[in-house]
Write a protein that binds this ligand. Structure first.
Ligand SMILES: [Zn+2]
Length: 200
């Protein structure tokens, strides 16, 4: 599994956003929150490091954790839609997939969308674009959700991060250990490279 998404994949799926605009900036993103186990921890680290990030939130989790969700916004981070129940596009009828996105929009109308598992078909991409949303992917995947990957490996792979990269982490029980043990190191490496952090 690649930490970096191959350029060919980015070219083939060119209606999705793979990279940010500024060559001196990287874009930190967190999927699957708000989550009581991990999001408050991330928020306090980002505050300490003066880093802004984009949180792709699951509608159901927004409903269950309204105070944490408000805190993300209050700290100046950006919000993206990540469906209502983390549906996999390839297993879901487009009509139902759109309902899930719109249901999440009613909780917070975000202009950014990230498909869970990165799995979304061409018809679904059309429909999401026609809602006026951008479909945001990533270029550098921490793979924090994988048990077989050690935090050290994630930090080592951060040496490959370049300007314009969109970095993918998660706010979930499954990725908690890897995320918490690698994120401080990854932020440090990005700062050593003299790259800035920004929201999407
Ligand atoms: Zn997700």
């Amino acid at each position: 599994m690649f930490f970096r998404v191959p350029t060919l994949v980015q070219l083939v799926f060119n209606r999705r956003v793979w990279k940010g605009v500024d060559k001196n900036t990287v874009y930190l993103t967190f999927d699957d929150g708000p989550d009581p186990e991990t999001t408050p921890w991330v928020l306090s680290l980002l505050k300490k490091e003066s880093v802004k990030a984009t949180f792709f939130c699951i509608g159901k989790n927004i409903e269950e954790n309204p105070m944490i969700f408000k805190q993300i916004i209050a700290q100046g981070h950006a919000i993206g839609n990540h469906t209502y129940r983390h549906e996999k596009g390839s297993n879901t009828k487009t009509e139902d997939y759109l309902k899930s996105i719109k249901k999440t929009d009613r909780l917070y109308p975000a202009g950014l969308f990230r498909p869970p598992y990165g799995r979304v078909n061409l018809k679904q991409v059309d429909a999401i674009l026609s809602l006026g949303k951008k479909v945001i992917m990533w270029t550098w995947n921490s793979q924090d959700y994988k048990k077989e990957i050690a935090p050290d490996t994630i930090v080592k792979n951060a040496q490959k991060i370049k300007g314009r990269d969109i970095l993918l982490f998660h706010n979930s029980a499954k990725s908690k250990l890897n995320m918490q043990e690698s994120l401080p190191g990854v932020i440090e490496i990005v700062k050593q490279k003299e790259l800035n952090f920004s929201i999407l």
